[in-house]
Every structure is written in structure tokens, then in C-alpha cells.
Design a protein around this ligand. Structure first.
Ligand code: SAM
Length: 247
């Protein structure tokens, strides 16, 4: 497959602390951004948890008007700045802010951004409801969400006890973990307790916060797993493009 953005020979292969298999990066960009080009080209994009700038760069390559990357780790922001500079990105078209996603979102004005990206962050917090509340409050037209999910099945006896008469039959749940603060991708801030929701909970939350959403199909026949996208294919990682219901 010919990718619109090709990560081969880019500095991200060195600076990224996420899985940096070329096939994975190329396909993540292809599935999350290129195939949702209507949400990127000529759009003002907010890239939450922008890491070393890998998706900020991709948005610019795909014709975004302006991109702001938000990342609390200054070392990663420095890498991002150097990476985009070395790749010849136009400096007036992007900015990297050293900040926590929640803090930054609370300063964003309504409709300041057309599109919000939330990649690889939804499971590095325990405050998913607050996060969606803040994203929704900033009134982007689009939200693209990519997250690991819990996939273990609760035994039927457990399910029966947590099901309530009025609730849907599929239970949403979240598993909490303590993250190692030395882990460079861990939740940044005073708490190292994070939660990974299951897929039903992610969808219930999107619904509850008024998003119309579509799951991105990683099992499309054009997506060839030549390396490191098994989690997306198995749906232990899921991705969505969502629109605010009133947009
Ligand atoms: C798994 S990486 C994901 C990077 C990239 N978005 C991706 O999907 O490949 C998680 C990122 O979230 C950042 N992060 C952790 N806590 C954060 C917070 N409170 N606000 C914004 N970013 C945060 C980490 O520093 C790290 O760069």
C-alpha cells in the first residue's frame, strides 16, 4: 500500500517512546487521519498527548491549516519541535504547548479547533468523563479517538449482579491500574491511578456526551498486518471518528 504519510526515514523512529514499528505508524496515520481527511485538511487541529509530534506532523502533511500539540513532558516537546523543524514543516502552522490535556482544554475557546485528536491517552487517565466533558465543551466538529480497551469477559454471575433492570445488556466497566511514574508515557500529574475502559464503556461515554460516532474498521481487507497492528485488528485497541451531535 502507498501511504500518504510515510514514517520511514523520519526522526520519529528514534524519538518515539510508543511502539515505533514503521508499519504500525504508517497504518495508524492511514486509518486515523488519511481516511478521515475531511476532518484534517484545511482544519485547525488539537493533538492531545502529542508525544514527539508524530501525528502533528502527519496532520500538516495532510494539509491541516494549523495544529497545536499538547504534551506535559518537556523532553518530548523538545523532540517534537526538533522533529518538525528537521522535516521542513512551516513554523507558523503549528505550536507545541507543554501542558496537561485537562489544563489546556479548560483554556480552549468554543470552536477554536475543528478537530480534536485523542490518541493513546484515554487509558492514561482515570478521568475519562471529565476529559470528554472538556472536549465537548470546546465544540470541535470532530473527535478522533484511539485507545486501548480492556477485553476480559466478566463471568455471567458477575454480570448479572452488576446489571440493573433498566440498563442495556452489555456492561461497561473500567479496570484501574497504578502506573509507574518513571514510565515515560504514564499519566502526568499527581495521581498515577489510571483506568482502561472496555469497548462498551467507551461507546457508552461517547453516546452520553452527545457524539455521533463510527468505529474505524481495522479489519478492512486493505489493512495488512505486516507488523505490530495485531492489537487494532483484535480490537484490544479501538478507534473512532466522532462528530458532535449538534454540529
Ligand atoms: C502512549 S503515548 C501516546 C502518544 C501518541 N499520541 C500516540 O498515540 O502514539 C501517551 C502520551 O500521553 C502523554 N500524557 C500523559 N499524561 C498526559 C496528560 N495529563 N496530558 C497530556 N498528555 C499526557 C504522555 O507523556 C505520552 O506522550
Amino acid at each position: 500500500m502507498k501511504f500518504a504519510v510515510e514514517y520511514k526515514n523520519t526522526p520519529f523512529l528514534k524519538t518515539s517512546r510508543v511502539k515505533k514499528d514503521i508499519n504500525r505508524l504508517n497504518y495508524r496515520c492511514e486509518m486515523l487521519l488519511t481516511r478521515n481527511i475531511h476532518a484534517i485538511r484545511n482544519k485547525r487541529v488539537l493533538d492531545l498527548a502529542s508525544h514527539d509530534g508524530l501525528f502533528t506532523y502527519a496532520c500538516l502533511k495532510l494539509g491541516a491549516q494549523y495544529v497545536v500539540g499538547v504534551e506535559p513532558r518537556s523532553i518530548l516537546v523538545n523532540d517534537a519541535k526538533e522533529n518538525l523543524k528537521s522535516l521542513g514543516c512551516i513554523e507558523t502552522q503549528y505550536e507545541f504547548v507543554i501542558d496537561d490535556a485537562f489544563e489546556y482544554l479548560s483554556t480552549v475557546e468554543e470552536e477554536q479547533f475543528d478537530t480534536t485528536l485523542c490518541f493513546g491517552f484515554f487509558y492514561h487517565t482515570k478521568n475519562q468523563t471529565e476529559l470528554l466533558d472538556l472536549i465537548k465543551g470546546a465544540k470541535p466538529k470532530y473527535l478522533i479517538l484511539d485507545t486501548f480497551v480492556e477485553d476480559f469477559q466478566l463471568p455471567e454471575t458477575e454480570l448479572r449482579s452488576i446489571r440493573r433492570r433498566e440498563s442495556k445488556s452489555i456492561a461497561g466497566y473500567m479496570v484501574f491500574y497504578h502506573e509507574d511514574q518513571d514510565f515515560e508515557m504514564a499519566s502526568f500529574g499527581s495521581s498515577n491511578l489510571v483506568g482502561t475502559p472496555n469497548k462498551s464503556l467507551v461507546e457508552a461515554l461517547l453516546l452520553d456526551y452527545g457524539f455521533n460516532f463510527k468505529q474505524i474498521n481495522w479489519n478492512d481487507e486493505t489493512v495488512i498486518d505486516k507488523g505490530d497492528i495485531g492489537d487494532c485488528k483484535k480490537q484490544t485497541r479501538v478507534s473512532y471518528i466522532a462528530e458532535t451531535a449538534d454540529s
